[in-house]
Design a protein around this ligand. Sequence first.
Ligand SMILES: [Zn+2]
Length: 379
Amino acid sequence: MLFLLAVFVYSATASPMLIKHNSIWMLNLEALANHENYTIEFHPVEKRLSLKGNSSEWVFVVGFPYFLHDGKTESLSAPVYLEKDKVFAPAEETVKFFQKEFNKNITLDTIKNLVLFTDLPKAKPKPIIPQTSKKETAGTREVKTIVIDPGHGGKDPGALGKKSQEKDIVLSVAKLLKKKLTKEGFNVKLTREKDVFIELSQRANLANKWDGDLFISLHCNAVDGIERQKRTEGYHFYVLRAPESEEDKAIARRENKVASLYGDKEAKEELSPLEWFKLEARLEKYKQNSYMYTEELLNSFNNNGKIKQLGTGVGGAGFMVLVGALMPAVLVELGFITHPKDENYMNSAKGQEDLANRITKSIIEYKKAVNDYRKTLQH
Ligand SMILES: [Zn+2]
């Protein structure tokens, strides 16, 4: 069997059916979806893939060595794995589960001949409406008030480029956003309207005071070292969750540190495991909406933008500015101020206009998605 697998893995082109990862053969799950005529849905922010048939649903989450079959947990010998936008699970076991379930003659050999999609169809996630409270709060009610937080300001310039400062770029984009979103009928608040220093905790407090429905903190990314600066570019979005990589951790530390450097007494660079635990429970009800909004951002930025997507486009980390916000929240790194192309674009009138348009579009789509879901609840 393994010999056969090896043959078609090498004959495959852009999107291999099987890959060997940590010495285990992993199967591209779209192959199963195709074979069984399942609908396939991928949630890029949560990194969750579901295969839906007429009578059953299979859910795989990247990084976890198990899957849900109609709500029941089944174990896998290795974690589900994501490579180049394709989701893989341990091959032999996954096929065995399907054989047992459908009593069908499905084998790895039959699967190898199937045609693959070129792109994973992305699903629209649904917001979670908590059942515990009658009072509507941010994330469950109509999306009206948007809080835009231009990072840094005043004595804290943020990251530095060759010819510009992060604090100025994000303020310009924030002002454009205010104009555009107001035109679309949103109530828009900025945590700062000019070049002033505001402590991180104060930004979330303002958002809470204004009772926002969505909190967006705007930033520019940066790396050290001339060689890394040349090759590191692109936008990246962050939701508040335990960091997934050392890079994400480092970016959060950098964004958190600038504030403590400039005298924010409450600023911390990292959260302890216990703090994470408490925080996740407290923010649970906003998490789904934060993910949902971040997917709209990805859709909007992916659509022929001048700035590239960095990696998967989304990460999790402990950004202190998001910690206190009692509403769905995301931190946007528009691009790298340390990359010449990104820096030029983020400083140009055309680039700022484009970035503000993309964010505006993502908010309009998010509002629609929340409204659609609200309608289904009224029946
Ligand atoms: Zn920043």
